[in-house]
Design a protein around this ligand. Structure first.
Ligand code: S3P
Length: 451
């Protein structure tokens, strides 16, 4: 399903403190994986708190096309009836993954070791993103691939009769690549090993363990991990409750920090240590950010995050922290615009291949709003405000996080901030506008009367 709604410019205005307690939607990474692993298990998996956004609905459609039965009850609980590993059926039509990089890369892993032919496509953003990083290990496992030059979508994959298990060292810190190889390994006889020199989010490993897969995770002695799955076992269905997405929580958190008088609590947020880099960074910048009610559910840590408007100072964010906050740099750049001094962010090469070239998109959006910054090849330096900021129109390039980040800027800037398309937000956070309004923020469609 390519982006279904038409382009809708949005505008954010300042002047109101944000107050209240909110819950953001379910974690996108865990939501994709819940539907996929449920589709591979024998029997019924239930999923409560699934993120019902365009990206995840595309995964639901894809898993249906592969033969799973997926339903939603009126209370919003999803059921997935899987037929078992090795049982994916050949989709009858092209699978359109819209904007969803995680969805398509993980589904490529699943399809790549099944003896079926699948054709994947996506929107203009997804069709620009590199797929070679997952196609390379799949080729080693025996998959045949026909792709546009540069290994971009649309592309077709046909898995081998019997896949070859491999040992694969991931060349970029990417949970998507790691996960694609592990999911492919589930349908290969014997052991498939992924060596991950730089640890990334570990939801696939944790969830595979929960579904009863034969998986082991060891330290490699130099900070990395060695993950091994033994393929062709049986997965047991699970009852999953999806925690709130820390990457979505980041938006109300930063909005509260930069908007005078604000006091906001975001409840039940996933606190997996590979996802909390932004919270650590904001605390180092001087944020009044308190995490309490910490507990464990379904093998993951959750907590409530209370933030109050704070005087922030610029810092240097360690490059090695990037994997634990990779999706949060755009909104960190907004926090940095309100800090005193410069915030330096090295190690950002992966931002160039996200839903947009996020380094370029953030730098352009900051400049359009009179915020000084320096865009390096793999780094960004943001200078805290010295005068009036805001008043610009930001190009979002089909990137939900660029849209939300700059709307957050508008909630605290000296002049309204417009984004050229707010409809893209539906890929990950369909309730964003409603939630910001509930907190008191002034966010509206351009042309609509202010909220
Ligand atoms: C994700 C991994 C990250 C992240 C994406 C979700 C996942 O991508 O940016 O939003 O669920 O595995 P990379 O693995 O490509 O860094």
């Amino acid at each position: 399903m390519s982006h279904s709604t038409s382009v809708a410019p949005m505008v954010a205005r300042s002047g109101r403190a944000l107050k209240g307690r909110v819950t953001v939607p379910g974690d996108k990474s865990i939501s994709h994986r819940s539907l996929m692993l449920g589709a591979l298990a024998v029997g019924r998996t239930t999923v409560t708190g699934l993120l019902e956004s365009e990206d995840v609905l595309n995964t639901a459609a894809a898993m249906r096309a592969f033969g799973a039965r997926i339903d939603r009850d009126p209370l919003g609980v999803w059921t997935v009836d899987g037929a078992g590993l090795g049982s994916l059926v050949e989709p009858e039509t092209v699978i359109d993954y819209g904007n969803a990089g995680t969805g398509v890369r993980l589904a490529l892993g699943l399809a790549g070791t099944h003896p079926i032919a699948t054709t994947f496509t996506g929107d203009a953003s997804l069709s620009r993103r590199p797929m070679g990083r997952v196609l390379e290990p799949l080729r080693q496992m025996g998959a045949r691939i026909i792709a546009r030059s540069g290994d971009r979508l649309p592309l077709s994959v046909r898995g081998p009769g019997t896949a070859a298990p491999i040992t694969y060292r991931v060349p970029v810190p990417s949970a998507q690549v790691k996960s694609a190889v592990l999911l492919a390994g589930l349908n290969a006889p014997g052991q498939t090993t992924v060596i991950e020199p730089i640890p990334t989010r570990d939801h696939t490993e944790r969830m595979l363990l929960g579904f009863g897969a034969a998986i082991s995770v060891e330290a490699d002695g130099s900070g990395g991990r060695i993950i091994t799955v033994t393929g062709q076992g049986e997965l047991q269905p699970q009852d999953i409750t999806v925690p709130a997405d820390p990457s979505s929580a980041a938006f109300p958190i930063v909005a509260a920090l930069i908007t005078p008088g604000s006091d906001v609590t975001v409840a039940d947020v996933l606190l997996n240590e590979h996802r909390t880099g932004l919270l650590t960074t904001l605390q180092e910048m001087g944020a009044d950010l308190v995490i309490d009610n910490i507990r464990e559910t379904g093998g993951e840590k959750l907590g409530d995050i209370r933030v109050r408007h704070s005087a922030l100072k610029g810092i240097t964010v360690p490059a090695e922290r990037a994997p634990s906050m990779i999706d949060e740099y755009p909104v960190l750049a907004i926090a940095a615009a309100f800090a005193s001094g410069a915030t330096t962010m090295p190690g950002l090469e992966e931002l160039r291949v996200k839903e947009s070239d996020r380094l370029a998109a953030v730098a352009a959006g900051l400049r359009a709003n009179r915020i000084d910054c320096e865009e390096g090849e793999t780094s960004l330096v943001v200078h805290g405000r010295r005068g009036a900021i805001g008043g610009g129109t930001v190009a979002t390039y089909l990137d939900h996080r660029i849209a939300m980040s700059f709307l957050v800027l508008g909630l605290a800037a000296d002049a309204p901030v417009t984004v050229d398309d707010g409809a893209v937000i539906a890929t990950s956070f369909p309730t964003f506008q409603k939630l910001i309004r509930e907190l008191g923020g002034d966010l509206s469609l351009a042309g609509e009367k202010a909220a």
